[in-house]
Write a protein that binds this ligand. Structure first.
Ligand SMILES: C[S@@+](CC[C@H](N)C(=O)[O-])C[C@H]1O[C@@H](n2cnc3c(N)ncnc32)[C@H](O)[C@@H]1O
Length: 305
């Protein structure tokens, strides 16, 4: 039934393929500051490209699963495995209200929602990603437990103390104003709430090799060192529960990907989202990891009671 609705709309107008477009909360100031990010990630016709890639890969749109989508909707190193691990690492409890900051195509939000019977609200600055995330939640019948808002993470459109958990997976590298980013997350968490993340920090090996998945230009990458991150989080009032370096696991995984062996990507992959340059971006991340130009970390912080 869901697919009929989708196809009916698609037949009338390609642009209305999206059944539940993400809600737009951005003010003009945020729209201007976020433009370079959404231009980097977004592209016209994304939802249509995803639907046709799924069909070409032989997936039935009537019975799509979180696992079916994982090659293209888990936009971070170690994909679905990393998201599942973060669910456990974060200490999520059933029924929690969760915020996914920089929710991308909604893959992590759907994993948290479906594994832990939680409601997950995603925010992302790339409109095409919010629209695709809403579509994919409808196609996986998870649209009642996930919702996606077009908004800037540094100006979250929520009242204080709304969420039990906020999480973010590989987003802050694009955000210059880190203090505001973490202050907003702190603000919307309830006292005792948790903040979990997987993220990329700068390493001791020097400037990164570009392009990388989050930037093609040096002035749109805002990596900081782990010590700087720790200082920002402490200053904001977070208590560190866990903070692990996961660079070795990240490098092992990256070297196992088809691109590392010079092979073509599988039919479903993030090249559908990011285009042909994605292969170079992935190879450069291997170099950046091998030469310690980046560090991957995973952490859990608590907002004190
Ligand atoms: C590498 S993708 C990760 C997406 C998702 N977290 C995942 O792991 O699948 C980075 C995401 O961060 C989003 N983003 C970057 N800066 C943002 C901001 N200021 N506010 C909201 N989203 C932002 C991008 O639009 C993009 O969807």
């Amino acid at each position: 039934m869901r697919v009929d609705r989708l196809e009916f709309r698609a037949g009338a107008d390609q642009a209305s393929l999206i059944p539940l477009a993400g809600k737009d909360f951005r003010g003009e100031a945020q729209m201007l500051s976020g433009n370079h990010i959404s231009q980097h990630y977004g592209s016209a016709g994304l939802s249509q490209r995803i639907v046709s890639a799924l069909r070409k890969a032989g997936k039935s749109l009537d019975s799509l699963t979180v696992e079916d989508l994982a090659p293209l909707d888990q936009f971070h190193t170690r994909g679905l495995a990393a998201t599942r691990e973060l669910v456990g690492f974060a200490g999520v409890k059933e029924g929690w209200r969760i915020l996914d900051v920089g929710s991308g195509l909604g893959g992590p939000a759907r994993v948290f929602a479906s594994r832990m019977k939680c409601h997950v609200t995603g925010v992302d600055i790339t409109k095409e990603f919010c629209d695709a995330a809403s579509l994919l939640s409808t196609l996986t019948s998870l649209d009642d437990v996930t919702e996606f808002h077009h908004a800037d993470a540094t100006a979250l459109p929520f009242d204080d103390a709304q969420f039990d958990l906020a999480f973010t997976m590989q987003v802050q590298m694009s955000i210059e104003d880190k203090e505001r980013f973490y202050a907003e997350i702190f603000r919307v968490l309830r006292p005792g709430g948790r903040f979990a993340f997987q993220d990329i920090m700068s390493g001791p090996g020097g400037e990164i090799v570009l392009p990388v998945p989050w930037a093609t230009r040096r002035d749109s990458s805002f990596l900081i060192a782990l010590d700087e991150l720790r200082a920002i989080l402490n200053k904001r009032g977070f208590q560190v529960e866990k903070l692990d370096d996961i660079s070795a696991e990240a490098l092992t995984w990256r070297k196992q990907q088809p691109v590392a062996a010079g092979l073509a990507p599988s039919p479903l992959g993030l090249h559908i989202v990011m285009g042909e340059q994605f292969a170079t971006m992935q190879s450069n991340q291997i170099t950046n990891l091998e030469q310690h130009r980046v560090t991957y970390v995973r952490g859990v912080m608590i907002k004190p009671m």
